[in-house]
Design a protein around this ligand. Structure first.
Ligand SMILES: C[S@@+](CC[C@H](N)C(=O)[O-])C[C@H]1O[C@@H](n2cnc3c(N)ncnc32)[C@H](O)[C@@H]1O
Length: 234
């Protein structure tokens, strides 16, 4: 995988659905484009610096990376109607699931963008995000897979650039190395740790009114500990 931060923009190219890809292989290749709640990958960079146009109003912009099946995105958007909530998800089927959740909840302040989280500079200007959620990113637990993990120094530096001063980056995961990596990589970056939980199920999250994610629920079901950390952009 060609990893971020891109030297040219857009660095992520959409799946070439118009070039003879058989949609029977993945019906969601075409289907995801039919939902007004979805922003397909080829349209994402066009909103850089003007995300208010995607939502039809000026409002604080919160981004969730790897929104999964959309429980958290739709829950947060319902909890905070004063803000715009943008989910980013790579997998076509999940994008459609999320769109259906947004629609079923009647949310006007949530959208799902199909994109790759390693190319955020295609999409966002510096100091343009009011908050970031990254919950249960894929662990890639084996040592020889570690290069696939999202948390590394360039990624953390990139997020520091994209967040506004005062914005929070929240992460929950049952994979403790992600927490350790985020804390280590944030050293020397303009972040302060404003909350931490060593067991979210037992002690609660280090923020108010936590919305449980799908993978968080799965972690609880298998008896795994969920950790959380909140960083504030200085
Ligand atoms: C383990 S799931 C967690 C989903 C959700 N955040 C939760 O807590 O239930 C990780 C999610 O990240 C998405 N993902 C993985 N790599 C990605 C990438 N490069 N760009 C965007 N999304 C990605 C996956 O498709 C999946 O939905």
């Amino acid at each position: 995988m060609n990893r971020r931060p891109g030297t040219h923009s857009p660095g992520f190219t959409d799946h070439p659905v118009r070039k003879g890809v058989n949609p029977d292989v993945n019906p969601y290749l075409l289907l995801h484009r039919e939902y007004p709640e979805v922003i397909p990958a080829d349209q994402g960079p066009g909103y850089k610096g003007r995300w208010s146009k995607a939502f039809g109003r000026e409002a604080p912009l919160f981004l969730e990376l790897g929104a999964g099946n959309g429980f958290h995105l739709s829950g947060m958007a319902a909890q905070h109607p004063e803000s715009n909530w943008l989910g980013l998800e790579l997998r076509f089927k999940r994008v459609v699931l999320i769109a259906k959740k947004i629609r079923a909840a009647g949310l006007q302040n949530a959208k799902i963008l199909r994109y790759n989280w390693f190319y955020l500079d295609d999409l966002f200007e510096d100091a343009s995000l009011d908050g970031l959620a990254l919950h249960h990113p894929d662990p890639w637990p084996k040592g020889d897979q570690a290069h696939n993990r999202i948390i590394d120094p360039p990624f953390v530096a990139q997020v520091a650039r994209l967040l506004k001063p005062g914005a929070e980056w929240r992460m929950k995961t049952d994979f403790e190395p992600h927490i350790d990596a985020l804390l280590k990589c944030s050293e020397g970056q303009p972040f302060e740790v404003v909350g931490r939980s060593m067991d979210v199920q037992r002690d609660g999250a280090p923020w108010e009114r936590d919305v449980i994610t799908n993978y968080q629920r799965k972690s609880y079901e298998k008896g795994a500990t969920v950790y959380a950390v909140a960083l504030r952009r200085l």
